[in-house]
Design a protein around this ligand. Structure first.
Ligand code: ASP
Length: 437
């Protein structure tokens, strides 16, 4: 059984709805749809969710919002008209406008984008509509209640062979609507897939899967055909603009694969995210490369540091007091390096250095700034001899200095630190050495 989630760009206009229908009906295993609100039709266009936010904001300020609401209404009516469903949403649209005028909450208003879209899909495909307010449960503070949600979803979904559910929102026990953070329909889709123990969670979007490097740096970067959830986490942490691994936690926990597919290119197999490396056929040495600027390293040296119990704790306590978390912690016998986010450090750099000085009396304390990290991610990295030698040779041949290097204990990634100016050249060099055919 497949649960398919369609993002806003896949529902932007009536021609997109046609594509969704073709995809939904082309595989009988696709039983449930989870939908976002219509997104941008072209660059410069406004997403329905943003229009709703705008209307809500104006309503709160007691300003007229007829113009914004008019655009929103026209978008839905145009889609309905082109699907020969004229008028089906008119009552609902009037009710949304009235709710706005009566001061409905931000979450209620903003959730209407998904609600109306799912209603339209329900008319269009003639399948039941399951309101997320009855099946996605939040507590009063707006925190998701996972187990209740999975139970409610399962009970309701299994009543129907096919159904559509709006993404992005749910409700607390009193019926008050709460939303996830922006882009949260991904979470709704993953919850629905986990609830019915689907064989596959499909996430239909406007990209043809994940690329093995940022195409702004490597324009012809290949598509990753499959990777594990853990590799996805490493890549997204390092700034790869792939789907956030947190968004798919319900399916990851349930051991369900996620498939990223392009609605406008449904023949392309996209990228499959798998719970276990055993499910991946041929494992490449490097699955993907990602890089991030904006790191600084605080370097502490002290003779006999290694024998000083509590040295690391005292240094990290200083950072903790300033609410700065460390990103990496490479150490030597008598040296400790703490890598932190440069922006966070900048706010209180001198104070932190003074406090570290007072806490551990190092022989020297220096700060290295403008560091970029490049992560080479892959479960295949440590299955081959000489991987690190190849990596260092590749960057050295481009005249790039490696300032630091560490290997994650998970054996999933090797990370090198280079000057921010060398970030792009380092990614290109590593791509050429490991991924380019
Ligand atoms: N429509 C919401 C947004 O634009 C949620 C989503 O699309 O997932 O953020």
């Amino acid at each position: 059984m497949i649960v398919a989630k369609f993002g806003g760009s896949s529902l932007a206009d009536a021609s997109c709805f046609d594509l969704v229908r073709n995809i939904f009906e082309s595989d009988y295993d696709r039983h449930y749809l989870v939908v976002s609100a219509p997104g941008k039709r072209a660059p410069g266009d406004v997403k329905i969710t943003d229009l709703l936010l705008d209307c809500h904001h104006k309503a709160q300020m007691n300003q007229p919002f007829d113009a914004e609401f008019g655009v929103l209404m026209q978008r839905y009516q145009e889609i309905a008209h082109n699907l020969s469903l004229d008028g089906v949403l008119d009552q609902e649209l009037i009710a949304v406008k009235e709710a706005m005028m009566q001061g409905a909450t931000r979450d209620f208003i903003v959730s209407r984008g998904e609600y109306l879209c799912a209603k339209l899909i329900s008319f269009w495909l003639e399948i039941p509509f399951i309101d997320a307010k009855d099946v996605v449960r939040f507590d009063h503070s707006g925190k998701l209640e996972l187990h209740k949600t999975l139970t409610l979803l399962r009970q309701e979904m299994l009543k129907y062979n096919k159904a559509v559910i709006p993404g992005f929102y749910g409700a607390d026990e009193s019926g008050a609507i709460h939303t996830f953070t922006r882009g949260g329909s991904d979470v709704s889709g993953a919850l629905a897939a986990a609830a019915v123990d689907a064989d596959l969670y499909e996430n239909w979007t406007d990209v043809t899967g994940f690329r093995s490097a940022d195409p702004r740096i490597v324009p012809d970067a290949s598509f990753i055909s499959s990777l594990t959830y853990r590799e996805l986490r490493e890549l997204s942490y390092m700034g790869a603009s792939v789907m956030h691994e947190e968004a798919v936690f319900p399916v990851r926990m349930a051991g369900i694969p996620t498939s990223i597919r392009n609605t406008k290119n449904p023949q392309h197999p996209g990228t499959l995210i798998l719970p276990s490396p055993r499910q991946i056929g041929k494992i490449p040495t490097v699955t993907g490369i990602a890089g991030k600027r904006g790191f600084s390293t605080i370097i502490l040296e002290k003779t006999q540091m290694n024998d000083e119990v509590g040295f690391g704790r005292k240094v990290l306590s200083v950072l903790e007091r300033h609410h700065i978390n460390f990103e990496h912690l490479p150490t030597g016998i008598d040296a400790l390096c703490v890598m932190v986010n440069s922006q966070a450090l900048e706010k209180c750099k001198q104070q932190i250095l003074d406090e570290i000085e007072a806490a551990v009396h190092p022989d020297t304390i220096t700060v290295q700034e403008n560091i970029a990290l490049v992560a080479c991610v892959g479960i295949g990295l440590f299955k081959m001899h000489g991987t690190i030698a190849r990596l260092f040779t590749a960057v050295a041949e481009q005249g790039i200095m490696v300032k630091t290097m560490f290997q994650a204990p998970s054996e999933l990634s090797i990370i090198i630190g280079v000057s921010e100016n060398d970030l792009e050249a380092a990614i290109k060099a590593i791509y050429d050495a490991f991924i380019r055919e």
